[in-house]
Ligand binder design. Structure first.
Ligand code: SF4
Length: 397
């Protein structure tokens, strides 16, 4: 994993310093003009401190009316939790508060922040080679048996260390570093959707592309609302059979397909990721069906990434194998046969399947060897293959 110019701790420290500087200015008699107050004028006694009202808790945006039993329905994700007073939903990220409203516990809470090259998150048609600042909130609404961030996603939230960062402060710091991309990943943005949305809106206003990687286990309306403020989104399809979905993540397939369709109604650039787990979701038949579904419902120009699996979390104990290289190559061929124009293999540095081929002349237009990116036949200003002039869709500038 590539690390960038500043680590999470340093980033947070910078935010803290900015806030501290502003507070000091008020306490030392520095005028708004930046000049010191004249020495002969004694400073008046400061007024007695007014009691401050604590900020209102951040409310969730997607909940219904309480039932006669007092349970409050959360309408954000397909789990459709009915939450008793003072209790939390299945994901631990939303609570039924004393006012009978649903409160977001994830608002402003960042459990991980890192700078990584955009390709590490399987975005191949978005600013190739650019560095992105990625953040993640604690908890998750799925329980993937291979989650690489399981200590963030599956631990009780009180055991996950977080830092508080307001959307504007986060965006300001990304802008100050010259960042062009700010993304939610690591865990699912669903567990802090209100925060992720506010961050995305603030990023857009600052000229930064907001992006997200999600499992898409979100109801169509909130999914569409969130995607509407994003520049690009990558959605995982974890299996193309409901029983396997449950086995791998305790989720289900149809809601994810519905969420993907909801995203297609927005202008967000969409890429899809399929992690190939040997013995679970690696049957040729469902893969072929999935590729057909993508062509029919998302369009042939939707990039699809078949990503190599390495055993992590519970799969170390299960002794699940690493995905054979040949399987990834076969699935990429299947995708082309079914009509997709951009199919990739992931986590196989040096394989031509990591490069973008022109659907017209079949030449490499954007080459990738690990994090080394080249554009031998690509005009990023016009988004064209320079060999045959065909347009390559994506966000290139
Ligand atoms: S977002 Fe959380 S609280 Fe809401 S329905 Fe899903 S799991 Fe339940």
């Amino acid at each position: 994993m590539h690390r960038g110019r500043f680590c999470r701790r340093e980033f947070i420290h910078r935010v803290a310093k900015t806030g501290a500087a502003a507070a000091l200015a008020g306490a030392t008699g520095v005028h708004a003009s930046g000049q010191d107050a004249p020495a002969e004028t004694p400073a008046p006694d400061p007024p007695a401190a007014e009691p401050t009202t604590p900020p209102a808790p951040p409310l969730a945006r997607y909940f219904g009316v309480p039932a006669e039993t007092g349970e409050l329905p959360c309408t954000l994700c397909p789990r459709a939790c009915k939450i008793k007073p003072n209790a939390r939903g299945h994901c631990q990220a939303y609570t039924h508060n004393a006012d009978g409203q649903l409160e977001s516990l994830g608002y402003g809470k960042i459990a991980k922040l890192a700078v990584e090259q955009i390709e590490t998150d399987h975005f191949f048609h978005v600013l190739p080679g650019a560095q992105a600042i990625f953040v993640g909130a604690p908890s998750c609404n799925l329980h993937c048996t291979y989650c690489s961030e399981w200590k963030m996603s599956q631990f009780p939230r009180e055991k996950v260390t977080t830092e508080d960062i307001e959307p504007s402060a986060l965006v300001e710091q990304v802008g100050a570093q010259g960042g062009k991309l700010l993304g939610f990943t690591y865990t699912d943005p669903a567990v802090a959707l209100e925060y992720a949305t506010d961050v995305a809106v603030a990023a857009r206003e600052a000229g930064i592309h907001p992006i997200a990687h999600t499992a898409g286990y979100i109801m169509p309306e909130p999914m569409k609302d969130y995607a509407s403020v994003l520049s690009a989104i990558n959605i995982d399809i974890k299996a193309y059979a409901d029983s396997t979905y449950k086995r791998l993540s305790q989720g289900s397939l149809q809601p994810v397909l519905d969420a993907i369709r909801a995203v297609r109604e927005t202008n967000a650039w969409l890429e899809l990721t399929f992690l190939v787990v040997p013995g679970y979701n690696n049957q040729a038949g469902p893969i072929k069906e999935m590729c057909k579904w993508i062509v029919d419902n998302c369009g042939p120009a939707t990039p699809l990434h078949f990503v190599r699996f390495f055993p992590r979390y519970k799969h170390r104990q299960y002794q699940t194998a690493t995905t054979p290289h040949v399987t990834l190559k076969q699935f990429r061929e299947t995708a082309y046969e079914e009509g997709l124009l951009f199919a990739y293999v992931g986590n196989v540095p040096g394989d031509v399947g990591e490069s973008t081929l022109c659907p017209g002349c079949k030449e490499v237009v954007i080459s990738r060897v690990g994090t080394n990116i080249g554009g031998p036949n690509f005009d990023p200003k016009r988004g064209l293959c320079t060999g045959c002039g065909i347009g390559i869709p994506g966000i290139w500038e």
